[in-house]
Design a protein around this ligand. Structure first.
Ligand SMILES: [Zn+2]
Length: 390
């Protein structure tokens, strides 16, 4: 038996529950003189939070991030925060908004420019100084970014997405309030929920899985399996929204500590080149990534722990003790159909893109937890089948 050795890191403090968003103002009161609230294009939704902050005597100003964050939008956020003399950051929105908030909080205290700290396109220097105090308040149930230590940023001129990574990016406070997700439209519920499910499954079969992340995956997969359809069909069902918020939180805790595999490897490569939402990409690839991993493990790594994990995933998804690995894959294919996840070709991804995407996915850091290295032919098959849903 190999000796056990692992590390687990998360946000300093996590508050979860109905109405948890009311905890933001008292926490912000102790964090700084003036807070920057980072929101998405629907900043209407943070009016109750703004009212709470005003009532608590916390000074603030708001900064909107449109779509997924880029070097440019983060740069503007930092400049605005400096001009307004903000010394704390509250991100209120989906994964993109939280990632933007993390990067802005980091650049408020660390010297130099964002480029100095970015992997792949920049110098990749380590952040040296703790970020400005940072609170993450997710309004979707998906990425789990409120408990991860990276921020994904787009560099449109290079057609890539890269990460700012550091343990210092872990938020000081993560506030998970299922009530904030009640008004999410079905399409966003579907793709963010399937992102969470993909993260739970990839972390569970990852070569870096550990007993702590396993616990989150074993609890999180059944929560998403029983409640994602309900949250999609009846958005106001609070019980289903609670399950999905918890599943998303668990997926973030698992991914930040166990890593991801082939599906997120492709999502990283595709995300920089095509205007496709991260969750929709992951969902479209999920059944094929599982199927081809399973086949490759049976052929080349019959002793692998991950091989025993796939039937377990199937049991967690279906609730049936006799479910096989294939039943689990069929379950993911069915839910993607039911929730109307489009094939990747919808986003203009075609045969001409296959070689570049394979090369980029193979070296993506998100690929590193995959239970085994896939061949070029296997990677091509995953991508081609996800393009056409077949
Ligand atoms: Zn993801």
């Amino acid at each position: 038996m190999t000796p056990m050795f692992f590390e687990f890191a998360t946000a300093n403090r996590i508050v979860l529950g109905d109405g948890a968003a009311r905890q933001v103002a008292p926490a912000a009161q102790q964090m700084g003189r003036r807070a920057l609230i980072v929101t998405g294009s629907t900043s209407e939704r943070c009016k109750p939070l703004c009212a709470d902050l005003s009532a608590a005597g916390v000074a603030f100003c708001t900064f909107e991030v449109q779509g997924e964050p880029t070097l440019d939008s983060v740069g503007r956020g930092v400049a605005f925060a400096r001009q307004e003399q903000c010394d704390a950051v509250i991100a209120f929105g989906g994964g993109s908004v939280i990632d933007a908030g993390k990067a802005i909080a980091a650049l408020l205290t660390n010297q130099g420019e964002l480029m100095d700290y970015l992997e792949v396109v920049g110098k990749g220097s380590a952040l040296q100084i703790p970020t400005a105090p940072f609170i993450a308040v997710p309004t979707t149930a998906g990425t789990g970014s409120e408990v991860t230590r990276n921020a994904v940023l787009g560099v449109p001129e290079r057609q890539v997405k890269v990460s700012l990574r550091s343990p210092l990016l872990l938020p000081r406070l993560a506030v998970v309030d299922p009530e904030l997700t009640l008004c999410l439209p079905p399409a966003i519920t579907a793709r963010t929920g399937l992102d969470a499910l993909t993260q739970l499954i990839e972390a569970y079969v990852s070569i870096r899985a550990n007993p702590v992340t396993d616990g989150f995956c074993e609890q999180g997969i059944p929560l998403a399996a029983r409640s994602l359809r309900r949250a999609y069909n009846q958005g106001k069902d609070l019980e289903a929204r609670r399950d999905m918020s918890l599943a998303a939180l668990f997926s973030g805790l698992a991914l930040a500590n166990a890593g991801m595999g082939v599906i997120h490897g492709f999502a990283a490569a595709l995300g920089g080149r095509f205007a496709a939402p991260h969750g929709a990409i992951c969902a479209a690839i999920l059944p094929y990534g599982m199927e081809i991993n399973l086949r490759a493990l049976r052929a080349r790594a019959p002793q692998s722990v991950a091989l025993r994990r796939y039937p377990e995933v199937a049991r967690l998804l279906t609730g049936r003790g006799d479910a096989t690995a294939e039943d689990g894959i069929a379950w993911t294919r069915e839910i993607c159909q039911e929730l109307e996840i489009p094939p990747l070709k919808t986003y203009g991804i075609g045969e001409q893109d296959v070689p570049t995407l394979i090369a980029e996915a193979a070296k993506a850091s998100s690929m590193k937890g995959n239970p085994l290295a896939l061949t070029t032919e296997e990677l091509q098959e995953v991508l081609r089948r996800s393009m056409n849903c077949m």
